[in-house]
Design a protein around this ligand. Sequence first.
Ligand code: FAD
Length: 500
Amino acid sequence: MSLKSSHDCVVIGSGPNGLSAAITLARAGRSVVVFEAKARPGGAVSSAELTLSGFVHDIGSAIFPMAVDTPFFRTVALDAYGLEWIFPPASVAHPFDDGTAVVLYRSLDETLKNLGADARAYERIMRPLADKWPALSGDILRPLHVPRHGLGFAGFGLLSMWPLSMFARCWFSTGRVRALFAGLGAHSILPLNYPFTTAFALVMGMTAHNPGWPIPRGGSGVLARALTSYLESLGGEVVTSSPVDSLDALSPGSVVFFDLTPRQILRIASSRLPEGYRRRLERYRYGPGIFKVDWALDGPIPWKAPECSLAGTVHLGGTLQEIEFSESEVGRGIHPARPFVLCAQQSLFDQGRAPGGRHTAWAYCHVPGGSSFDMTGRIEDQIERFAPGFRETILARRVMNTHELETFDANLVGGDIAGGAQDFWQLFARPVASLNPYAMPAQGLYLCSSSTPPGAGVHGMCGYNAAMAALKREGEALARASFRGRQSRRWNRLLQRWCS
Ligand SMILES: Cc1cc2nc3c(=O)[nH]c(=O)nc-3n(C[C@H](O)[C@H](O)[C@H](O)COP(=O)(O)OP(=O)(O)OC[C@H]3O[C@@H](n4cnc5c(N)ncnc54)[C@H](O)[C@@H]3O)c2cc1C
């Protein structure tokens, strides 16, 4: 299909942010087409039989705490399009060498019972935040603005600024809860002595209780298909196997949304961007990469601590000190000998992921950006450490290094799954410092990927915020284009009828 079209809006890339932008625009009455380079929509929300027939693996994201009770997802009733969330009873388990584990159950009261001397401190921090998550998410998942929930947001903001290493040591007295927080903070993909690493731990922690960390029944691809079907029901189109290499390939009248990272945008749209902005995009920094393994297993992972089987996600890294060390090594360009591993065990809660009572598992660790080093052995050693006998359950495995990840989805530059480093500066100035980071300084061009606030994760908020910014800014221009588009489509239809 030609990439020229008479649509009001073109979205390049069909990741969750591309789809949320398209849905928001279509709901506002704009005609939208999404061009996707790959054969299936969804970007890093995708599943496939990566190992053996009948074993469904999530190629990218697997666990979706921010796809439930957040501003964009609240507005889309995806159950009508085949999506069913499954909530494991526990969101995260963090095992230790002594065969025990600390667990974040969905129930905060249940959680407190296993936090020992730190239960009170945990409750003081987490209960007000978890209770307010649905309201707070509207403030947390937006670019810099005057918050609507001033008090709650101020509380979150004050705690967020802390480097995780310092926060865990100051607020908690037990090694177990310090380690638990290190695991939550390591989702930042930053050394834990960086400011604002606590923000990641708090968001992970509060969503662990409210709403929980769910998985879609049938695999992540079901979520991508539900978003696509909903968009189509609104009149939007998704055209797959259609990479966009230059803006010249698109119709000049359309407003363009890039669900891409700065490096790709510079390649595609450089000639339309002012030099100063181009230079700022060139300075955008990517973060470390990941190394990922998917397994087909003969049985469930044989955890020493049985509570680990209640959690969708298991954080493997031992103590705070160990996790600090491994994340700081990645920050210095070193492959850690004992990496911090994020492991998901979807088939324990969704039996359809594997045939005949067998199982799947998904895991990754952080590595230096662009690495081609094989971390399979080190990841499996970490699982074996807390689940002796794990290797004997392996029927097949599929590994993806940073290059294979980038081939799967060009946004994963050097294996970076966050669309760019999420350190203090780039958490807010993403991809450049601006009050409206979505609008590029060129007529009708918008950024909507995770390289804009609020950054990584499947929440659709980058796309939603970008579409809202565009609807506000281009309201009149879009309305005019919409009228012209409708006219030209009507003429096209008449012409086709006449020709046939
Ligand atoms: C292995 C992995 C595990 C993850 N785990 C989780 C998790 O458990 N929970 C969570 O919330 N988040 C997770 N994430 C992060 C999350 O998936 C991303 O933050 C999210 O997908 C970003 O959405 P996006 O729309 O910005 O970009 P993407 O999802 O990357 O989509 C970008 C799309 O653009 C397309 N594209 C690129 N170039 C072009 C072009 N020139 N023309 C047309 N199309 C193009 C790509 O093919 C892709 O489909 C994970 C990511 C990965 C890779």
